[in-house]
Design a protein around this ligand. Structure first.
Ligand SMILES: Nc1ncnc2c1ncn2[C@@H]1O[C@H](COP(=O)(O)OP(=O)(O)OP(=O)(O)O)[C@@H](O)[C@H]1O
Ligand SMILES: Nc1nc2c(c(=O)[nH]1)N=C(CO)CN2
Length: 198
């Protein structure tokens, strides 16, 4: 665009595109499903802190929180402590990448250190599914590519969302049934629970 033309308004397009990229909210809330896991420190306090932090996020409203499941660590180094795992269903106006960033920031706030692959961690926040979105970008794979093979994900997901589906893969209830023979150990902890923020 020529800058010598006094009638041209060079800012119009630029301004709009900048406003679009700065606007990280959607018009209509979308449903998303998030997995939480912790196997270091005070696991219950950490999971509750993560639930509270998600609910405190502008553009996020939690609609269901699962029971807490104690689960044997799958993969990674031997002799890890058991995990506490839970699943949260939310509605959000944050686009997927903004939700991922928020999840990473919450992990960092709870002292997550990334050293050993699948090693013990204070907090893991994974996006399992985001309504209407599939993604094969390594930075954000949707639905989560390992969700359907993990009892520690499917058991709490079924609890929070009995009609849940792993998009393009199948119903959570059916996938979990198919897994039970593989011997992944998960215990539903009836003695502890996460509070849904008021
Ligand atoms: N759906 C997703 N949710 C969260 N992170 C994702 C997702 N898809 C890809 N990632 C990317 O995975 C990277 C590694 O995440 P992380 O270290 O938490 O993996 P992990 O939890 O140890 O393993 P796994 O992905 O098998 O659960 C993150 O930096 C993130 O960008
Ligand atoms: N039981 C259990 N095992 C795991 C978990 C987890 O949350 N629970 N997370 C992992 C990497 O995301 C690897 N292994």
């Amino acid at each position: 665009m020529s800058t010598s033309d006094p009638t041209a308004s060079p800012t119009t397009f630029d301004l709009e595109s900048r406003v679009d990229s700065a606007d990280s909210t959607l018009q209509n809330p979308r449903r998303a499903v998030i997995a939480l896991g912790s196997n270091l420190g005070n696991r219950l306090e950490t999971l509750q802190g993560a639930v509270d932090a998600l609910e405190d996020t502008p553009g996020v409203r939690i609609i269901a929180v699962s029971a807490v499941f104690e689960t044997e660590a799958l993969g990674g180094p031997a002799e890890q402590p058991n995990y506490y795992n839970a699943v949260v269903v939310l509605r959000t106006t944050l686009p997927p990448h903004s939700l991922l960033e928020r999840g990473n920031a919450i992990e960092d706030a709870f002292g997550r250190v990334r050293t050993v692959h699948w090693g013990p961690r204070t907090l893991d926040v994974d996006i399992l599914a985001y309504e209407g979105v599939t993604s094969s970008e390594p930075e954000l794979l949707l639905p989560h590519p390992r969700a359907h093979e993990r009892a520690f994900v499917l058991a709490p997901w079924l609890d929070a969302d009995p009609d849940g589906e792993v998009p393009g893969v199948g119903r959570v209830a059916d996938l979990l049934k198919g897994l039970s023979e593989a011997g992944q150990t998960v215990w539903r902890r009836e003695d502890i629970q996460l509070r849904l923020p008021e």
